[in-house]
Write a protein that binds this ligand. Structure first.
Ligand code: ADP
Ligand code: ADP
Length: 236
């Protein structure tokens, strides 16, 4: 699904990450670890075509990121869900409304206010709210929720896109330990239920070890480790 061969990535023309070779297949749950500033976010953002490919071959869903058209890039992005540390919800709207926003593939946000949803779409939204455990909060405004609840809304919204890949940038960094565990449990459930590939930046190695089946370490501008969680446990 995602394949990098000797790739350099950077802002303007200065490479931040060099000589990356990485292949990610369907259904994997990948944890990306590394110190702050190592380039984890850069790596994640590059998958949605937000970072310049300075060198090498970078393919996502068969699209070559060095030569992708604007239309193809839109298509690619519509198949990738993104979860941020700061949730990025529309706070004054209800949980349900935020989840439904995920179904609007190409429409600008404002259109969601007047769009009517089908019964089937509503049913799907309820399925996603249920899987992340926020169904009872459907009618609450997002600004009435705790951080952990907000992050679960964000995951339900991403699911409403029916993504092939879910990218999470430090999804639990802002949460208390109990909420963090809940959110990680939800990510695992999503991975197992829908077979969605998940790539998550995590600064807690413990979470990566417990939840991911593969760990990629980023250090000194490159990939310093890539192996199964099992192998990592064996080596320490
Ligand atoms: P991490 O997610 O591991 O903390 P980042 O990918 O955010 O690391 O940052 C990697 C490096 O890229 C850092 O040195 C940072 O200063 C640099 N960087 C991040 N964003 C930009 C940008 N928009 N322009 C130039 N350099 C950037
Ligand atoms: P299909 O045979 O239609 O591909 P799947 O078994 O893949 O069916 O999925 C069944 C239902 O689960 C789909 O209709 C879809 O709504 C939901 N689903 C599948 N994959 C995802 C996903 N990645 N994110 C959210 N929902 C999904």
């Amino acid at each position: 699904m995602i394949s990098l061969q000797s790739v350099n990535l950077g802002y303007s023309n200065i490479p931040i990450l060099k000589n990356l070779t990485l292949h990610v297949g369907k259904g994997e749950f990948l944890g990306v670890i590394g110190l702050s500033g190592a380039g984890k976010s850069t790596l994640l953002m590059s998958i949605i075509g937000n970072i310049r490919v300075l060198q090498g071959n970078y393919q996502v869903f068969g699209y070559d990121l060095s030569s992708i058209s604007k239309r193809e890039l839109r298509l690619l992005r519509s198949q990738i869900g993104f979860i941020f540390q700061g949730y990025n919800l529309v706070n004054r709207l209800s949980v349900l409304h935020n989840v439904m926003c995920g179904m609007l593939k190409d429409l600008p946000m404002g259109r969601s206010l007047i769009k009517l949803y089908s019964g089937e779409e509503l049913e799907k939204a309820h399925e996603y709210m249920q899987i992340v455990g926020i169904e009872q909060l459907a009618m609450k405004r997002c600004d009435e929720l705790s951080g952990g609840q907000r992050q679960r809304v964000a995951i339900a919204r991403a699911l409403a896109q029916e993504p092939k890949v879910l990218l999470a940038d430090e999804p639990v960094a802002a949460l208390d330990p109990k909420s963090a565990v809940q959110v990680m449990d939800v990510l695992r459930k999503v991975n197992e239920t829908y077979g969605v590939t998940i790539i998550s930046n995590l600064h807690h190695l413990d979470f990566a070890r417990e939840y991911c089946d593969r760990i990629v370490g980023v250090a000194s501008g490159s990939i310093s480790y890539d192996g199964s969680t099992h192998a990592l446990q064996g080596s320490t």
